[in-house]
Design a protein around this ligand. Sequence first.
Ligand SMILES: Cc1cc2nc3c(=O)[nH]c(=O)nc-3n(C[C@H](O)[C@H](O)[C@H](O)COP(=O)(O)OP(=O)(O)OC[C@H]3O[C@@H](n4cnc5c(N)ncnc54)[C@H](O)[C@@H]3O)c2cc1C
Ligand code: SF4
Length: 650
Amino acid sequence: MISLQGAGWGGGSLVYANVFARPAASTLDDRWPDELRREELDPYFDLAGTMLDVTPVKADPTTGDVPARTVVFEDLTEQMGIRPATTRPNLAVRFDSSEAWTYNQHGVSQRGCTFTGECVLGCNRSAKNSLDHNYLAVAERNGATAVIGSEVKRIDWDGSRWTVWAAEGPDPGEPLVRRTATRVFLAAGAVSTTELLLRSRDVDKTLPNLSPALGHGFSGNGDYLALSNLRHSAPDLTTGPTITTTTVLDVWERSRPVWLQVQDGAVPQAVSMMLNRLLPFRTVRAAWRRFRPRGPKQTFAFLSMGHDAGSGRLELDGSGEARLRWVNRWQSRLYRAEGRVGPAVARIIRAPVRAVATWSLFRLPVTVHPLGGVPTSSDPAKGVVGPDRQVHGYPGLYVMDGSVIPASTGANPSATIMASTERAIEGIIRETTGDRSWRAPEWASVSKLPIPEDAAYNWMLQRRQGTAGDGVTIDETMHERGSDASSTGELRVRLEIPSLDRFRDDPEHRLSVAGTLTISGFSGPYRVTGQLRMFPEGANELMRYDLEFTDPAGQDWTAVGSKRQQGLGPLARYRGLTKIDLTIRRADGSEAEFRRTFVLHPWDVVRNGASIRGSGFTFHRRRRAFQVFSRFFLSAVLRPRPKRRPQRRR
Ligand SMILES: Cc1cc2nc3c(=O)[nH]c(=O)nc-3n(C[C@H](O)[C@H](O)[C@H](O)COP(=O)(O)OP(=O)(O)OC[C@H]3O[C@@H](n4cnc5c(N)ncnc54)[C@H](O)[C@@H]3O)c2cc1C
Ligand code: SF4
């Protein structure tokens, strides 16, 4: 894998594409501890976003409109019928139409963005809110000293003090510069921090007790880069900040949906030349130049990211530099899904969209979002650092960068790195000062920031549940016992399971109910909605209905009842499943309740069984959903129910 990262006073932020995005909570797996989940981190995202002064793309002062690329992407997803999945993410860019230099909230002078689309080269106008314009400026104003052009080579620990050895100056033969400290915070990025620690453990042997977990859990954040060379020059798709939109996708791949995000990317001329040079051999480069369409007018990028397995392992090569063990096969579903986006888009824009040459030719992925390598766990055998980010066995040594992120974020990760670092540093300051209520002074100006990506995440989640999730629907009709032609009491409802996976995982096996209820002696039918628990685990009842309806006078009612086992054996189970006693009462409990019994006649059983339908995109998936539900239902019917405990006499 090729990993790109920024080097300088500001790290990756100097050359990043400014996107400040939070991960989709519903896609984070159990590798994410509570303290790194959205509920806990959201306030710290707000803090970091306020520090960076983030906002979605604004109008280009020269045109009075958002960049053409933004509109092209939004139109694309409109044509694909997924427009709500596209959003304009928060960007750490200063949008200000004036030419004048003005001070930002941290007292650093900046100018407004001129939409040159060169953010990934570093912004020559100082319009990018890179870290040197905010966090690092605040640190320097408060006494921090920056040393640039300094490469840390070694870290020593004598049991009470830390010594950091760095190469400085142009001559590689110069002796290393030595600095000592009582605390050291490593923030060299996922690859370099892991490399430094591996060297300290295995080559210099200065930190021999570092955890065996070091180097594990590396992720490329599922990055996948595709490019399109457009043969026309209008509209100009290279203007505007590098990224202006994010589209959330849920691509069906080998019987499971794959979740990913795609962003539009302006590619400066110099970067397309650099990507070309990534090809290692001169002859291959020459072949690639022949293969490329001649004289492309503009290059346009599709930057995808998602959840890879995060199973990479960083180790050292013979010269003590980081080398990655990575198996593409383990992320094949993700890469295939990402690879499908290009052809789908190409059909609409009528221009080829190709993966970068390193992937097409060598299956070498490129990541701009390296993560992991320094696992976190309270157990030193499983983690290099503890939840407080302190290295196990080495007091005063902390890690504060992408290397401690437990898995792919599936979104641009710098916001997660910042928010989690804000939280961790707050904990460390509280711990060391003994002031349990310490908070960063900047909290005073923090307010809740808009999170544009959440709307897209939620829309796609609902879409998956509503359409892509394999589910089933069943039409159920029951008749009121004793009702005759003059009093046709009837419960006629549709039972819906939007996602069988969630239904089976839920111990109560809940599904939604909607339909009509007619009660003898009442007017009606009434529209009922509610919930049915089907074979809830550990309960005596077979099914429980919780329904509600409103009568024409506006009075709310509830109708609650259970189907229970009526004795032992399959016949008793059948009898139990075909009868329900509904207790009907006013929702405010103001009047006495009354009961009605509803039964399934044998022909109702047949009709209800025949109404079971699988829901899914394809016939294959609908059939599979039907089979999965039928298996669940039959095994629940045939499984012996737990015997009721006899009531003890007092
Ligand atoms: C082209 C590009 C576009 C990107 N776009 C986005 C985006 O839009 N949104 C987003 O969220 N993320 C983006 N990223 C990723 C983002 O930049 C990184 O996730 C983030 O910067 C990682 O932060 P970090 O603290 O882990 O390390 P880094 O930001 O990489 O910082 C590491 C620092 O340590 C220094 N360093 C490394 N080794 C040593 C050493 N031995 N001695 C001394 N110093 C050392 C480096 O010079 C650097 O300053 C992009 C990255 C690239 C390359
Ligand atoms: S678009 Fe140009 S001016 Fe605006 S932030 Fe990016 S590089 Fe700077």
